[in-house]
Design a protein around this ligand. Structure first.
Ligand code: NAD
Length: 250
């Protein structure tokens, strides 16, 4: 497969950073967007030092300006866009449904769902003009099943699944495959923050959160994204792929 131009949102940390490294390692040119400039610049430098091609753009994926800036940078720097991973997300409020504050609810939906809409709206015409390609959005296993005390997050990720499937149907005959990843519990800064930085709780989340009895790695999620965006997945679109150690099978 010849080198492609790839955009990754939330690309400075965790799963997004693993996606950036994985696409760059197979020779693709990557534009990584994030609101964390320090980590984003450092990752782009790391990729370039390893012989890859990556650029960092400070972009809030939950705004149309940020979504447009990432596509504009890819087109300016590399003249095309073939692949997009809409991965930026936040864990949202840890609260029971009756206690969720409206601000926290709206912020979670804005960052986790509206960002995916805005980014796809910016990306689809550019990918179409570049001759077609693939989009992978990041939902969660919480987008397939409910999660007590995480309803805003779970609702937002269910919405990402529905948004992805609908977009996939719209583009099925027009050369753009659109799929959604549903990771289980993955060892990233987000999960670590969610358990208050407690390593024992982090390990316990892996032991109890998946039939495999362990956390997933960001690289295991990135590997699935790589495959979904490859020619090997040429007949796959509108698919919600659980990469969760079997959690969704419970
Ligand atoms: P992370 O916190 O390590 O990385 C998320 C990145 O997104 C950060 O660099 C952050 O700065 C960035 N970001 C946040 N809001 C942004 C915005 N508005 N615009 C641009 N960038 C923004 O988290 P992670 O665990 O790697 O999560 C990545 C994705 O995977 C998220 O969508 C998350 O919901 C999903 N996910 C994570 C897990 C898990 O267990 N870690 C499980 C299922 C799904």
């Amino acid at each position: 497969m010849s080198a492609r131009v790839v955009v990754v949102t939330g690309g400075a940390s965790g799963i997004g950073a693993a996606m950036v490294r994985a696409f760059a390692a197979q020779g693709d040119a990557v534009v990584l967007g994030d609101i964390d400039e320090v980590a984003g610049v450092a990752l782009a430098q790391e990729v370039v030092a390893a012989g890859g091609t990556a650029r960092f753009v400070r972009a809030d994926a939950a705004t149309s300006e940020g979504a447009d800036a990432l596509v504009a940078d890819a087109l300016d720097a590399f003249g095309a866009l073939h692949v997009a991973c809409n991965n930026a997300g936040i864990s949202g409020p840890a609260a029971a449904v009756r206690d969720i504050e409206l601000d926290a609810w709206e912020r979670t939906l804005r960052v986790n769902v509206t960002s995916v809409l805005l980014c796809m709206q910016a990306q689809l015409p550019a990918i179409e003009r570049s001759g077609g390609g693939a989009i992978v959005n990041t939902a969660s296993v919480a987008g397939l099943v409910g999660v007590p005390n995480m309803a805003a997050y779970s609702a937002s990720k269910h919405a990402v699944v529905g948004l992805t499937r609908s977009a996939a149907l719209e583009w099925a005959r027009k050369g753009i495959r659109i799929n959604v990843l549903c990771p289980g519990t993955v060892r990233t800064p987000m999960l670590r923050a969610y358990v208050g930085g407690d390593e024992d709780l982090l390990e316990a989340a892996g032991r109890h959160g998946s039939p495999m009895g362990r956390l997933g790695t960001p690289e295991e999620i990135a590997g699935a994204a790589l495959w979904l965006c490859s020619d090997a997945a040429g007949y796959v679109t509108g698919h919600a792929m659980a990469v969760d150690g079997g959690a969704a099978a419970m």
